[in-house]
Ligand binder design. Sequence first.
Ligand SMILES: Nc1ncnc2c1ncn2[C@@H]1O[C@H](COP(=O)(O)OP(=O)(O)OP(=O)(O)O)[C@@H](O)[C@H]1O
Ligand SMILES: [Mg+2]
Length: 345
Amino acid sequence: MLTKIKIRHFRCYEQFEWEFGAGLNFIIGPNARGKTSLLESACILLRLQSPRVASLARIVQHGRRGFVTDGFFARRHLQFYYSPQKKKLALDGVEQTNAKEWLQIGRVVWFGNEDIEMVRGSADKRRKFLDFIAVQRDAGYRTALRAYEHALRSRNHLLKQPSHRWREIAAFDGPLLQHGEYVRTVRHNLLAELQADADAAQFAISGNRESLRLDYAPGDLGNFPAALAAAKTEDARLRQTTTGPHRDDVRFFLNQMPADDASEGQHRTLALALKLGATRLLERHFGEPPLLLLDDIFGELDPGRRNSLLAALPSAAQKIVTTTHLDWMPSAEGANILRLDTAGA
Ligand SMILES: Nc1ncnc2c1ncn2[C@@H]1O[C@H](COP(=O)(O)OP(=O)(O)OP(=O)(O)O)[C@@H](O)[C@H]1O
Ligand SMILES: [Mg+2]
C-alpha cells in the first residue's frame, strides 16, 4: 500500500505531505483546493503517467521548473523528479536509468467523472483505457507500444513531405506491422479477459437489468498487412498512415444492443463496469488488488448505484476517495480523513 506521499511544485501545491492508511482514505475539501491534484500525484508516483493530461509539463506548478513526487509504496521508496528538460527516478535512493523496475512496483485504477468519455467520446479514449491497463499487466507492452508510435510518427513525418520517397516510407512498414500486430493482440486479449468481470459489474450496478458485451473493432477488419498495402494511395493523399491499431476501437453492447443510444445513467454504469473489470483483472493477475483512486464519483450516483459500487470494490484494496462532502457516506468510521481547507495547503 501507499503509506506516505510528499509533493513539491505540483499543480497548486508549493509543498505538501500526507500519510495514507490501509483501506479507505478520504480527501475532503471545497472546489479547486487540490483534491484531484493530490490523487493525481499518487497515480504519477506509481505509473509515471497522469490520468488527466498527456504531458506531465502541465503538472509543474506555474512559474516553476519541475515537480517532485516522493513516496513509499510496499516499503519501496520512490522519488520522481520531472521537468520538461529532465526526468529523474530513484528507487530506495538508487538512481534508475529506466523505468522498468519502477513500473513493476504498484498498479493503479483511476475512477473519475470523465470516464464517461470512454463510452461517449472518441475512440482514442477507449484505446487509452486499454493501453493504461495493458502496460500495467504486461511489462513488454509499453516497449511495443512506444516502438509502434515511433514508427508511426516517422512514417507520418515522411508522408507530410512535399514529395513521397516510398522506399524510405516502406522502411517503417516492417516495425509498424511487427509492433502493431503485438499491440493489437494484447488489446484484443485484454478485452476478452475483461469481458466476464465487466459484464458482472454492469449486471450488479444496474440492479440485474443489463448485460454488457465488449468487442474489439480493428479499423481494417484485422488484416493489417493487407490494409497497409492497400492504403498507399489514401496515405499519400491524406499525408498520414490511415490504417493500423492507432485507428482501432471498442464497441459496447447493452443487452445485445449497441450502447450508443443508451441513457446517461447507463453510460456511467458502463464506464464504472469497465474500471471495476480492470480492477478485478489486475487483482487476478497479480494476486493483490491495485490501488484505487476515486475522484469525486460518488456524488454523481444515486444511492442504489453508490452502494452497489462500494460493495463491488475489493474490500482488501487501498482506496483514496476525493469528495467535497461526506454527507453521502452512511459511516466513514475507521477511514483515514484529510481535510483540505486552504488551496495548496
Ligand atoms: N500547473 C499548475 N500550477 C498551479 N496551479 C495549478 C496547476 N494546474 C492546476 N492548478 C490549480 O490547482 C487548483 C486545484 O485543482 P484540483 O483539480 O486539484 O482541485 P479540486 O480540489 O479537485 O477541485 P474540484 O472539487 O473542483 O474538482 C485549481 O485552482 C487549478 O487551477
Ligand atoms: Mg477535482
